[in-house]
Design a protein around this ligand. Structure first.
Ligand SMILES: [Cu+2]
Length: 359
């Protein structure tokens, strides 16, 4: 969380609420004081089951639901089945997805994300979006919920973000509680940001690494490592390397990973490092240019676009996002390669590869 604060009227003046809502009466907030809301500030071992109302709730432009599940299963190349958690969208009809379904809105929209948790506590943190703390989904600065809560937020900038649970974060994100979040400019998809580069094809590359031992620990104890004991979560030894929830090497053929384009088309790759490794990203045979990093434009005002010549590495740390544009050349196939390096030693622990097919 940086110094930029979303001007959404959460916990702010009733006047601003009225301006956004078009009414003079807030939906529910009369009489609810900051002091009362502060009683929801619970986290840690002894969590209360808080389901507070949303302060200064207004009529949203977009409403969506994310319901916690703990039952996704991914079969790894060696036959081992690993269990994941995540958020499902009841409106999509897709049960127990991994990673969690995309959230896509436009800059300036007022958004309500309704978290429906489970028997255990969770939150949703819209990473890189900057609402006031009560809507930020960081348990330590507000509350954790085993019931439900409607996060009210309004993105101030277009770009690539992600959302994730922020309870016992290192474990819950490893368990799969994350999904991409894209904020389009007001004009919608097709342009990265207002006045920014246009694209013809959009692709997502979400990197993840999996230590199956953590998934057994997490299954038994959502709060492992928080309340004493030593579940050995200081040791992370990933065995599987994934793109978009697909383990390598199925990434080379799975349609969830493959990128298709016609000659000359401009391909936007939205890269998210949802792993705990230092990822090195390469496109073989095609030049790329980074136009945004962590949803901030590299437009020459503060930083220039970063050229990534064919075959050279772009470094991406945990939780980083890069938006690259690649211009498809003549018909052919180009490997996209992700190396997962240990964050301290730099030793390559694994790779995941997919392909750009120009036809
Ligand atoms: Cu969680």
């Amino acid at each position: 969380m940086s110094g930029l604060i979303c001007d959404l009227p959460s916990l702010r003046s009733r006047q601003l609420t009225a301006i956004v809502d078009g009414t003079t009466t807030p939906a529910w907030a009369e009489g609810t004081s900051l002091h009362q809301l502060s009683t929801f500030e619970t986290f840690g071992c002894d969590v209360a089951k808080a389901s507070p109302p949303t302060p200064d709730r207004v009529t949203p432009d977009v409403s969506l639901v994310r319901k916690v599940h703990t039952g996704a299963r991914v079969k790894m190349p060696d036959g081992v089945e690993v269990r994941f958690w995540g958020f499902e969208d009841p409106a999509s009809g897709v049960s127990k997805p991994f990673p969690s379904p995309l959230i896509r809105v436009r800059k300036g929209q007022v958004v309500h994300t309704r978290l429906e948790a489970s028997k255990k506590v969770h939150t949703i943190h819209h990473h890189g979006i900057e609402p006031l703390p009560f809507n930020d989904g960081v348990g330590h600065t507000s509350f954790e919920t085993s019931g439900s809560y409607t996060y009210q937020w309004r993105p101030a900038d277009a770009g690539t973000y992600f959302y994730h649970c922020h309870v016992n974060t290192v474990l819950h994100v490893e368990m799969g509680m994350y999904g991409l979040l894209i904020v389009d400019p007001p004009s919608g998809p097709g342009t990265l940001y207002e006045g920014g580069p246009a694209y013809d094809v959009e692709a997502f590359i979400v990197a993840d690494d999996v230590d199956p031992r953590w998934h057994i620990v997490g299954q038994d104890d959502h709060h492992a490592g928080v309340c004493g004991g030593d579940p050995e979560l200081d040791r992370f030894e990933p065995q599987y390397f994934l793109i978009n929830g697909v383990p390598n090497p199925r990434t080379l053929t799975d349609p969830r990973c493959l990128i298709g384009a016609r000659p000359g088309q401009r391909i936007l790759i939205r890269l998210l490092n949802a792993s705990y490794s230092d990822v090195r990203f390469r496109v073989m045979g095609l030049d790329a240019t980074v136009h945004m990093q962590d949803a901030r434009p590299l437009d020459g005002r503060y930083a220039r676009p970063i050229p990534v010549p064919a075959g050279t590495a772009l470094a991406s740390g945990s939780a980083q996002r890069h938006d690259l544009i690649v211009v498809a050349g003549a018909p052919g196939t180009h490997v996209v390669r992700l190396e997962f390096r240990h964050w301290i030693t730099g030793v390559v622990q694994g790779v995941a590869e997919t392909r750009i097919v120009v036809a």
